[in-house]
Each structure stands twice: as C-alpha cells, then as structure tokens.
Design a protein around this ligand. Structure first.
Ligand SMILES: Cc1cc2nc3c(=O)[nH]c(=O)nc-3n(C[C@H](O)[C@H](O)[C@H](O)COP(=O)(O)O)c2cc1C
Length: 354
C-alpha cells in the first residue's frame, strides 16, 4: 500500500512502531523495519553511549530506514538526539519540547523529522518548525494520549495542517488502519499491539495479561506520573492512582531511579534546574513512575509494577511475530476496503485496491 508516509520514509506498509521505553529496543525496531514498517527506538533512560551502541545494533540487524525517539523534557534526551544526528539516523521523532534545531540538523544530511502532538495548536507550531510529519496521539493511547479521542483529533489536525499524519491511539488491525486513512491519516502507529508481539521484550506474564484484558480495563489518571496517563487496570494501578503522589516520595523514587540508571546526580540536577521548577517537579513524577513501569515490563510484576497500555489491549487476542501481524493487518485492510467498495456499488477488483 502506498501513502504519503510510505513514500516519505521509503517503507512498504503504513505501519509504525512508536517509541516505548524498555519496549522499542533495537531487536523490536529491526523486526518492524524488516517486516516493512518504520521502527522507532525509544531512547528514554539511555545515556549517550547506550544510545550510540543501540543505533549501531539496529544497523547490524537491518539495512532498512529506522527512527530514534527523544522526549526532549527528559534528562539526557538532548544528548541522545545529538548522538542520533551525528549518526545520521534516517528519522528522528521528538516530543515534549521544541525541536527546531533537530529539524535543521536532520535536514542538512537528508534525515526526516516527526513531531508527536496531541493538540491542533502543537500541530501548527510543529508545522512552522518545518517537521516532515506528525504523530498524532489520541485519548485511547497508552501513556500520554491527548484529551481528545483519535476519531476527532485526527480529522481536526488534518484540517489544520498539510503534513502527513501517523495516527496513534487505539489501532490494532486492518479495520483501524482503513479507518485512520479515511480520517485523513497516512499511517498508523501500533503501540499496545506491537508491545504484545513475539519479538517484544515485554515480560510473558504481561503479554498474557494484555491478551486477557478488555477494552475498558485501563485507567487514565494524572496521579501516576503527573500528566494524564493511561495504564492497565490492576489492583496495584488502582491503589497507586487513587490519590496524587506526595512530592517527597516522588523525589526520593526519582533519585533511586537515577542511581539505578547510573545517571550522575550532579548532571541530573543541572539538567533539571535548567528546565525550571515546574519541569523539575514533573520529572520527579516521571522518575518515580519509571520504577513501576520497569517492574511490569521487565519482570511481569503487577504487585508493585504498573503497565502503560492503551484501550486497544481489548483488541489484542494473540502474540504473533511482527511479520505475521503485519501480514494480517494488511490482509484485513484489503478485505475491508474491498467490502467498502462493494458497499459503494463498485465492482472493484481486489488487486486494484492494494
Ligand atoms: C508499553 C508501552 C510503553 C510506552 N512507553 C512510552 C514512552 O516511554 N514514551 C512515550 O512518549 N510513549 C510511550 N508509549 C506510548 C506510545 O508511544 C504510543 O503513543 C501509544 O502506544 C499509541 O497508542 P496505542 O497503544 O493505542 O497503540 C508507550 C506505550 C506502551 C504500550
């Protein structure tokens, strides 16, 4: 299938692995690229050296285009962006910050830039920065989807800017892909769906929980990491999101995480205070949440751990390989488009729809 996104990035399918900390690792990124999609590595929590070696690892595993995601508010993210730019990574995806300098540097070597946005205002300002595409994240998404549902947000942003759009939030199969295209998107990001694929490093216990959970078994709350965030509904998540976390406990947990990640504390403090008090407090909440996220993802621990997950978990009923998943998604999309053409009274041949 050809869309503006497949043409822009030189990929076969309009399917994207978004950046997911601890999940979008080189092996999963390469599996997605080798299956014809665009894999975006998550750099959250990585040092510059880890970022450099992960990019090297992706290049050992695939010769296809790939991306690196940077959440600019996070400590160390700018350094990872520098590493990715120096390594001339084909696609950089930035979020939570101003990425005009990334656009300039990437365009100088022919790289492309995607901005993640959750409002029309952010979409317009990203367009002004000169980005090549938008990743538009609606309310259904895992983690920090917007206040507005994908169904409404994507066409609103389609009307606001000309840029190609990757729609994110609630997509798990071919029906969703066709729906996204009809809303004006040019591709979909599959976060929750790819987190439960065979090549994903998500713990097997957690993969089985994703398969078992329904669409309404998530919680969307500010009390987990300080921003509205969607997580899997479990007794631990209900307990943790019952009330806002105290500042002292957030700072304490954030320092524990920094120690675990071997982030030098003086550098962390310098990065934090450079961003102002509000961002510093926000980062303390992120830091505190990242311990719980790591427990669920790496150890399948749902007593203390909390799993970021989207409503699309209720559409996930198996754990296929990425290649199998993409074949199923594209074949379902083809049959939906065929049915729609029949509904419209056309006698289109299936091969004309591909
Ligand atoms: C397990 C998991 C971890 C995620 N981690 C991050 C993250 O670290 N940073 C981020 O900006 N988004 C993160 N996300 C959100 C995805 O980038 C993406 O926006 C979302 O998954 C799309 O919605 P979907 O889950 O309905 O496909 C994560 C999603 C999942 C499922």
């Amino acid at each position: 299938m050809k869309t503006r996104i497949t043409e822009l990035f030189g990929i076969e399918h309009p399917l994207v692995l978004p950046g997911m900390t601890y999940i979008s690792v080189p092996e999963l990124v390469a599996a997605v690229c080798n299956a014809g999609g665009l894999g975006i590595m998550a750099s959250g929590g990585m040092s510059a050296e880890q970022c450099r070696s992960s990019i090297r690892r992706i290049r050992e595993l695939t010769d296809k285009p790939f991306g690196v995601g940077v959440s600019l508010i996070m400590p160390g993210a700018k350094e990872c962006a520098e590493v990715a730019l120096d390594a001339q990574v084909p696609v950089i995806n930035f979020s939570l910050g101003k990425g005009d300098w990334i656009v300039q540097r990437a365009h100088a070597y022919g790289g492309k830039v995607i901005a993640t946005v959750v409002t029309e205002k952010h979409a317009r300002s990203a367009a002004k920065m000169g980005v090549d595409a938008l990743l538009v994240t609606g309310h259904e998404a895992a983690a920090h989807g917007g206040e507005v549902t994908t169904l409404v947000l994507v066409p609103a942003i389609r009307d606001a800017v000309e840029l190609p759009i990757i729609a994110a939030g609630g997509f798990a199969g071919g029906r969703g892909l066709v729906a996204a295209l009809s809303l004006g998107a040019d591709a979909v990001a599959l976060g929750t769906r790819l987190a439960a694929s065979r090549e994903s490093p998500l713990h097997d216990n957690t993969k089985q929980m994703v398969v078992a959970k329904q669409v309404d078994e998530t919680i969307y709350s500010k009390n987990f990491d300080g921003l509205p965030c969607r997580v899997m509904k479990t007794p631990a998540a209900e307990r943790i999101t019952a009330k806002p976390r105290g500042l002292f406990s957030a700072v304490w947990s954030a320092l524990q995480v920094a120690r675990e990640l071997k982030t030098p504390i003086p550098r962390l403090l310098r990065d934090l205070f450079a961003q102002g008090l509000k961002a510093t407090l926000q980062l303390a909440y992120f830091g505190a949440a990242s311990l719980a996220i790591k427990r669920a993802i790496m150890f399948g621990d749902h007593e203390q751990g909390v799993q970021l997950i989207g409503q699309a978990q209720g559409l996930v009923r198996d754990v296929p390989s990425v290649a199998e998943l993409f074949a199923n998604v594209m074949s379902q999309a083809q049959s939906v488009r065929h049915d729609l053409a029949l509904l419209a009274g056309k006698t289109a041949r299936v091969d004309e729809l591909v």
